[in-house]
Every structure is written in structure tokens, then in C-alpha cells.
Design a protein around this ligand. Structure first.
Ligand code: IMP
Length: 207
């Protein structure tokens, strides 16, 4: 198989991989993630921006896999204006060492409650930076954002992470209440992948 037809997503998060698979359809002959490479293990996110962490993940995996595939990383998270952009790059670890999605959502809702920020003042956005690499070379960087606000309480069952407390702009339901195809049309990840698809057709069009 030509290495450009083989895409490895530099994540162990199967939710991210599922969304990326749906959005890319049959563009690639094969899409795998790090679940297929347990020997690679967790890659430390020591960067101070989404871009730095995305690059770190893509290049680390690229170096380990050589030129046998192209690597796409996804570093993403939630920025809440009333919390000065937190949780930001610390989205996955927001509630501390043993953080999980539920404890992260609870901490976020508790903090907004504590400072008395409600309704329309809960302005937030999901941000996603993807880095495409082959070996130790960065081929391109793709950015995606979706604006919205934080709900007053958790709502909905689908999705993952902060989906049940994020209401995208123009909607009155959280990502976890909306059908997955709606999230996959407007999300930060969908926007970054739209730039990736444009790059695949014409690499000079995306800087
Ligand atoms: P990463 O693995 O460092 O990129 O962690 C991303 C963090 O942001 C995790 O806590 C995710 O749950 C959260 N996150 C990223 N994208 C989404 C999304 O599409 N929905 C909900 N949470 C997300």
C-alpha cells in the first residue's frame, strides 16, 4: 500500500478516531490509531499550546513508524472565557492526576457556579489543531474552532469529554443531545478535517 493511502491517527482516544473515520469516509485505504500500536504508549503533552502538543504527538509517532504511513495528530480542548481560557491545553487533566471526563465536567461547572457566571455569559469554544507528519517531517497544520457556551448542567448521552456541557452557537442543545451528524458537520474537529481534505486536493492551498 502507498504510504499516502495509510493514515495513522496519533491518538489512543477511540472517540476521536471514530469521528475522524466518519468524516474522512473512504479517502484512505486504511485508518488506524494507536490502539493498534500498544508499544507506543502514552505521549507526554508537555507543550504550552494545542499546536505544540499536536506537533509533538505527530512527530513522535512519525519517528517511530518511519515512512510507512502518514500520521495525523489531534490536540483539542475547551476554552472558557470567564475562566481566562481554561481548561485549554489542560482539558484532559483539568481535575488533577486521576482526572476523567466526568470529574473534568464537574470541576468546570463548579468553577462557573462559584464565580456566578450563567447563561449567555458562559462563552466558550472547542479548539482543535491537527498536524500531519511523515517520519520526522511536518507536512501541514490544520486548525478548527466551534464557538458556543457552557450549559448550566449536564445534558445528553452521546459523544464524549465535555460534549454534554457544550452548546454550539445557533443551537439550544448540547453536543451530547444533538445527533452525531450535526456535531460532525460543525465541530472543531470537522473544521480542521475540512482543511485537511482541501490540502489533500491541493497542498499549496493550506498554509
Ligand atoms: P487531548 O487528548 O489532550 O487532545 O485531550 C482533549 C481533551 O478535550 C479531553 O478532555 C477531551 O475529552 C476534550 N475534547 C476534545 N475534543 C472534544 C470533543 O469533541 N468533545 C468533547 N470533549 C472534547
Amino acid at each position: 500500500m502507498n504510504e499516502m493511502n495509510r493514515l495513522i491517527i496519533a491518538t489512543g482516544n477511540t472517540h476521536k478516531t471514530e469521528e475522524i473515520r466518519k468524516l474522512l469516509g473512504s479517502i484512505f485505504e486504511s485508518i488506524e490509531d494507536l490502539q493498534s500500536y500498544p508499544e507506543i504508549g502514552e505521549i507526554g503533552e508537555i507543550g504550552s499550546t494545542f499546536g505544540e502538543n499536536a506537533e509533538l504527538k505527530a512527530i513522535e509517532v512519525g519517528k517511530l513508524l518511519g515512512n510507512s504511513a502518514i500520521i495525523l495528530s489531534d490536540d483539542s480542548g475547551l476554552e472558557v472565557d470567564a475562566l481566562n481560557g481554561a481548561p485549554g491545553v489542560r482539558s484532559a487533566r483539568f481535575s488533577g492526576k486521576n482526572a476523567n471526563d466526568a470529574s473534568n465536567r464537574k470541576k468546570l461547572l463548579d468553577e462557573l457556579e462559584e464565580i456566578g457566571v450563567h447563561g449567555e455569559f458562559r462563552v466558550a469554544r472547542f479548539r482543535c489543531v491537527m498536524v500531519l507528519a511523515r517520519g520526522d517531517q511536518t507536512l501541514a497544520v490544520f486548525n478548527g474552532v466551534v464557538e458556543g457556551k457552557i450549559a448550566d448542567k449536564e445534558k445528553g448521552e452521546s459523544g464524549f469529554g465535555y460534549d454534554s456541557i457544550f452548546i454550539p452557537q445557533g443551537y439550544d442543545k448540547t453536543f451530547a443531545e444533538l445527533p452525531s451528524h450535526t456535531k460532525n458537520t460543525i465541530s472543531h474537529r470537522a473544521n480542521a478535517l475540512a482543511a485537511f481534505k482541501t490540502w489533500l486536493l491541493d497542498p499549496d492551498s493550506v498554509k
